[in-house]
Design a protein around this ligand. Sequence first.
Ligand SMILES: NC(=O)C1=CN([C@@H]2O[C@H](COP(=O)(O)OP(=O)(O)OC[C@H]3O[C@@H](n4cnc5c(N)ncnc54)[C@H](OP(=O)(O)O)[C@@H]3O)[C@@H](O)[C@H]2O)[C@@H](O)CC1
Ligand SMILES: Nc1ncnc2c1ncn2[C@@H]1O[C@H](COP(=O)(O)OP(=O)(O)O)[C@@H](O)[C@H]1O
Ligand SMILES: [K+]
Length: 484
Amino acid sequence: MQRITAATAAPLFGTDASRRIEQAAAATLPPHALMQRAGLAVARLAMAVAPNARTIWIACGPGNNGGDGLEAAAQLQGRGFAPVVTRIGDDTRLPPDARASLQRARDAGVRFADAPPAHADLVLDALLGLGAARAPGGLMADWLRRMHAGPAPVLSIDLPSGLNADTGALSLNFLAPAAHRTQDARRLCLSLLTLKPGLFTGQGRDAAGELWFDDLAASPGDVPLTARLPGAPVPMNRRHATHKGSYGDVAVVGGAPGMAGAALLAATAALHGGAGRVYLAPLDAALPALAPTQPELMFRRPAALPLEDLTVVCGCGGGEAIRDLLPQVLGGSRALVLDADALNAVAADEALQRQLAGRAGRPTVLTPHPLEAARLLGTGTAEVQADRLRAATELAQRFGATVVLKGSGTIVAAPNQTPWINPTGNARLATAGTGDVLAGMIGAALAAGHEPMTAAWQAVWTHGERAERWPAHRPLTAGALARC
Ligand SMILES: NC(=O)C1=CN([C@@H]2O[C@H](COP(=O)(O)OP(=O)(O)OC[C@H]3O[C@@H](n4cnc5c(N)ncnc54)[C@H](OP(=O)(O)O)[C@@H]3O)[C@@H](O)[C@H]2O)[C@@H](O)CC1
Ligand SMILES: Nc1ncnc2c1ncn2[C@@H]1O[C@H](COP(=O)(O)OP(=O)(O)O)[C@@H](O)[C@H]1O
Ligand SMILES: [K+]
């Protein structure tokens, strides 16, 4: 069993892939062995979380997720704990593994109750796992809301019940409204057999909490991955015999009147991200040609940039004015990061879309937030958020570019490659300008010579990790994030 952290590199398997792995593993093992391993893993983690627990409420559902809970109940009872099991479902329809575990729990003397105990020191959510087919309702919904509103830690078995393993969409939102979050009890999830993408994106991170993994000693074999966790980037090795030209030139094009700050943030981030030289080409011609707090930045007119030598970060604070420059930028830039207003302009113009797709082969990274992604796909934000992996992959395929779909569990996708899901970052990043900082950081990584997917995930990982390291009592600003 291992704790999953930001530094964990691991394959992720969606529902179908996880089921294939489970079937292959079960075929080589004695009957019920996998569920016994699952129950033991759950019991071990439960004992570590609440070693002095007097009452452990285990809420079991009608399928094999419930079976894992029953197996854990038997294990805990045998170790001197006092689990109380409440169950939903019809005994005659229990799958064989779960039925065997029900018998073991009964044989061990586990207490079964019709209603949850009035007080529990730990709760195990074994209601639904991979088989969640619709939103929990009735008694199941009541129990889920009750366990997540209470003071006891909640350990979800395999998945928080109702969380879609593929998308991270939560069919019953049992999370307290954001303003009440300081009162949340500890939340944990022990993912079994495989790690699932939905745990890392959408509502998955909030629903799961602290994440643990046990592979039940089963190998994924040759089942294709659905996505990956990247692990921590290895810092770039700067050789002594290098110079500023070795780390590439970034030019930021953006900053229409009233929005100069966005371009300045991106340029600052590119500089602090290690670019050899950074140019700032504001769209507001009235701007002074110097940023006094950032004298390293060199100001140029957009038309004077030698695009074919540059990594261009385009769009930050670009407003409407960016549209007229896009044909040149798309056609000429050696490497390109398209953000914000540049993405909106592309979304509104089919000629620009064709030009963007025509860059295939030249490094290109698009950094939409969900609304920008929705505009590019011609759909709505809710549809994008309902399946972030699919939205990012579809955009990457459509435009032949690397796509960074921002938000909790940022997705990095590229044509015909397994997507990455970024595990770092938090809601302190929900402040104006942090996206501009990310675009600048990706620009610096591209300019240093990383291929686009690597440049993107490394910058996204680092950007999120900076927010996690930021002291809890100090608000994070985009300017500070750019200078970390
Ligand atoms: N076999 C093994 O050895 C191992 C199995 N493992 C474990 O098995 C889990 C997968 O088990 P599973 O396939 O039985 O699915 P599960 O999540 O229990 O749910 C299916 C049941 O729920 C029902 N149902 C669905 N939605 C509902 C709703 N909203 N409200 C009410 N009911 C609802 C659905 O009914 P139906 O849709 O048919 O009406 C069906 O009865 C996996 O996540 C892992 O924990 C692993 O530990 C490895 C070892
Ligand atoms: N709740 C959150 N959890 C993790 N990352 C977040 C969260 N909110 C925002 N971010 C990150 O902050 C950045 C915001 O970018 P964006 O929406 O473009 O903002 P802006 O346009 O103000 O710069 C993205 O990298 C996004 O992934
Ligand atoms: K569960």
